[in-house]
Ligand binder design. Structure first.
Ligand SMILES: O=P(O)(O)OC[C@H]1O[C@@H](O)[C@H](O)[C@@H](O)[C@@H]1O
Length: 225
């Protein structure tokens, strides 16, 4: 079976929320409730432009900066931590659903012997991967905790994907990035990755293309043939 990627690609790096699992929607809901409780209306467009794909506190800073606000660091953390409690209780209530088409793609990648990394800004990744029964597919994980502990810059900087490639012993030019967030697609482009797949979950196919995606799909199994 063909994975629909160039021959030079020898490793795959997947974002988690919104690419492998439908948790991006849960994050968006928790962010909206958190910001609206502060009197700041928060649209889907705000999520996509300012928060999606970025580490937790970067998301807080970026959205509030768009409203002309620059809160002190303590306040940034208080808001981010409040959102984290909320997203965890939403996950408790709603559970974790992997996208079936993404699981099919992971299975095909495994069958092809491709090393697989998950590169996500989320510090809740282990919980999500475990609940989604996805851990068997993961050879390397770079998550929000690794990003903090290793002092990496979060997406849109390429650092976390570069670290993922390093852990799979692959040069970025030989690795493919799979991303639904604009910040993540930009990270793939700026890191010189060999192929960037944009996954359009929110009417932003054009923006993903403009941000550096080589191809944009609605579901990962569209790449299989
Ligand atoms: O707060 P967490 O779980 O560490 O996640 C940080 C970010 O992780 C990203 O994967 C999500 O796209 C964002 O919505 C989220 O804010």
């Amino acid at each position: 079976m063909s994975l629909g990627i160039p021959e030079k690609i020898t490793a795959l790096l997947f974002d988690l929320d919104g690419v492998l699992t439908s948790t991006a929607v849960l994050h968006r809901q928790a962010w909206r409730q958190t910001f609206e409780a502060m009197g700041q209306p928060f649209s889907e467009q705000d999520y996509l432009a300012y928060v999606d794909g970025k580490p937790r506190y970067d998301g807080v800073r970026s959205f509030l900066a768009s409203r002309g606000l620059t809160p002190l660091e303590d306040e940034v953390r208080r808001i981010g931590d409040q959102k984290n409690e909320l997203v965890n209780s939403i996950i408790d209530e709603q559970g974790i659903t992997p996208y079936p088409a993404s699981v099919d793609y992971l299975k095909a990648a495994r069958a092809a012997g491709m090393p697989i990394g998950v590169v996500t800004s989320s510090a809740n990744a282990m919980r999500v991967l475990r609940a989604g029964n996805l851990l068997d597919y993961v050879d390397a994980l770079v998550d929000g905790n690794v990003i903090t502990a290793s002092n990496l810059r979060g997406k849109p900087a390429p650092d976390s994907f570069v670290e993922g490639a390093r852990r799979l012993r692959t040069a970025p030019g030989n690795a493919a990035v799979f991303e639904d967030a604009l910040a993540g697609v930009q990270a793939g482009r700026d890191g010189g990755f060999g192929f960037v797949v944009g996954v359009d979950r929110g009417n932003q196919a054009e923006a993903l293309k403009a941000g550096g995606a080589d191809v944009v799909v609605d579901e990962l199994d569209e790449l299989l043939s």
